[in-house]
Design a protein around this ligand. Structure first.
Ligand code: HEM
Length: 509
């Protein structure tokens, strides 16, 4: 027989094996009950339906296909959760199965191959570093120990606003909130600020590039054979540059801390926390005391510090930005809040942290802001590690899960007049964002829920209270409250597309 015949037999064999395999595979999944899915395109799957604002597009799709919907982003099956009930199934009933994170090519390259908390796969290493985060870096007592840092930074912040107000200039609140949060996080994490001079500008730029890359959509995660696109569009080179520059920066920070050089800085008047320790100090101590129970080296220290910046800066300032935007759009709510804050201040110049416990309306304003404007509208994706049945549907191991917190916060079955900004809905009930009430989950919930909630809210509460205490606020001449642009940005964190400008008038006491 000639070679040609061998070749034809070979092709016939391969294609029959392929069709047999496909038939067996499809008959094994055909009796599975899958969640409803919108029609998809070959190769792309449902990518084309995500749009510029995926939380909004997915919300519209969920209205047609239901609160549990199966999409295919490229070749990855993605379960979209759009109701409190379904979120409870994922983050409470079956939390263990959904405690993994899907791999991200860019995330891994920026965050030391998943050695950070947020990106680490579920397992022993993640358990150990998560416990360091919860017990040592972000515990109630450590968050309280940064009180002086917050108070000093807020004082500087208020002074800057006073000087702009004295010149009758509008304040770019978005920019100021971003700088303030960055300064607070830098002092808590690294022991000093990195916002001044040329170095400060570079650090801010680097952080912006880092969060931009982390929040961007990376086609290679969903269609692996298209990974090469990043080489041609410059993303690969950018990721390499940002990872290298951040690594060099963190090396220097760790070096300074290890050799006590920054003690010098401290003695020049920079307070870190009440016990004199910042996050790097704490992590280096953990590394020193580690008796080899698990691998916690210098790379882990750098990865954890980077996580704090990735997860803690943009998210926190976004809350302040939207809270002030909503207050400016709702003068009645602003007045109510000022009345509460000023009554409790009782003539004092500054609001102190011990005053905050009594400010129920302030807390309600922040909850209402987080309900309508969750800083990460689609939370951080999870991944299932086993096959499981959710509300009668079969969900396979390896399915990515995206929870649409933005849609859940606006779901009329959970919230009366769900599109309106009404903080009163949180008075006289115990609904909170701590992961027990699934209609309000801006910080996620369960094992992988945000460990930085206390840290973030300690800053948000004290900033907002002092801001409305010290000043009366209005929109720049010509902007009516109802015309204020409320469009959000694209990317992982949904801050405002247009910076928030407002005019401050100091109140006299
Ligand atoms: C308003 C501010 C913040 C919001 C809205 C927010 C939101 C979130 C969300 C949605 C997740 C994923 C939760 C899940 O999968 O269930 C998360 C995880 C995380 N957050 Fe936050 N966060 C904020 C502030 C912070 C701060 C200030 C820090 C640290 C200083 C922080 C550190 C982390 C870390 C380390 C994780 C990963 C946890 C893990 O995977 O085990 N976050 N955050």
């Amino acid at each position: 027989m000639s070679l040609v015949y061998y070749f034809i037999y070979f092709l016939l064999f391969i294609s029959s094996a392929f069709f047999l395999f496909k038939w067996i595979f499809s008959s094994s999944t055909s009796h599975k009950i899958l969640p409803p899915s919108p029609p998809k395109l070959p190769i792309l799957g449902n990518i084309h339906q995500l749009g510029l604002y995926p939380h909004r597009s997915l919300h519209s799709l969920a209205q047609r296909y239901g609160p549990l919907m199966l999409l295919h982003i490229g070749r990855v099956p993605v379960l979209i959760i759009s109701s409190a009930d379904a979120a409870r199934e994922i983050m409470k009933t079956h939390d263990l199965i959904f405690s993994n994170r899907p791999k991200s090519i860019i995330g891994d390259r920026l965050l030391y191959d998943g050695k950070d908390v947020a990106g680490a796969p579920y397992g022993e290493y993640w358990r150990q570093i998560r416990s360091i985060c919860v017990l040592q870096l972000l515990s109630n007592s450590r968050v309280k120990s940064f009180r002086t840092v917050r108070e000093e930074e807020i004082e500087l912040f208020i002074k800057k606003i006073e000087s702009l107000a004295s010149l009758s200039l509008p304040v770019n609140l978005s920019e100021m909130f971003s700088l303030l949060t960055n300064d607070i996080v830098c002092r808590a994490a690294l022991g000093r600020k990195y916002s001044e001079g040329e170095g400060g500008r570079k650090f801010k730029e680097l952080l912006g590039e880092f969060t931009g890359l982390l929040g961007g959509f990376n086609i290679g995660d969903f269609i692996p054979w298209l990974t090469w696109i990043n080489y041609f569009n410059g993303t690969d080179a950018k990721v390499k540059k940002v990872a290298k520059e951040f690594d060099q920066f963190l090396d220097k920070v760790v070096e300074e801390h290890s050799h006590g050089q920054e003690r010098e800085i401290k003695s020049h008047g920079v307070v870190k926390s009440e016990d004199g320790k910042d996050f790097v100090d704490v992590l280096l101590e953990v590394q020193k005391d580690n008796k080899g129970d698990f691998s916690f080296d210098k790379v882990s220290v750098k990865a954890l510090i980077l996580d704090i910046f990735a997860a803690g800066t943009d998210t926190t300032y976004t809350v302040m930005e939207w809270a002030m935007a909503e207050l400016l759009r709702h003068p009645r709510v602003m007045k109510e809040l000022q009345n509460e804050v000023r009554r409790i201040a009782n003539g004092k110049q500054k609001i102190k942290e011990e005053d905050l416990d009594k400010m129920h309306y302030l807390k309600a304003v922040l909850k209402e802001t987080l309900r309508l404007h969750p800083p990460i509208p689609l939370l951080v994706p999870r991944e299932s590690t086993r096959d499981v049945k959710i509300k009668g549907y079969d969900i396979s191991a390896g399915t990515t899960v995206i929870t649409n917190a933005w849609a859940i916060g606006r779901d009329p079955t959970s919230w009366d007049k769900s599109d309106e900004f009404t903080p009163e809905r949180f008075l006289n009930n115990s609904i909170d964002f701590k992961g027990q009430d699934f209609q309000l989950i801006p910080f996620g919930a369960g094992r992988r829920g945000c460990p930085g909630t206390l840290f973030a809210m300690a800053t948000n509460e004290i900033v907002l209270a002092n801001l409305v205490h010290k000043f009366d606020w209005s929109l720049p001449v010509g902007t009516k409250p109802e015309d204020l642009d409320m469009t959000e940005c694209t990317g992982l964190t949904a801050h405002r597309m247009v910076p928030l400008l407002a005019v401050a008038t100091p109140t006299s006491y």
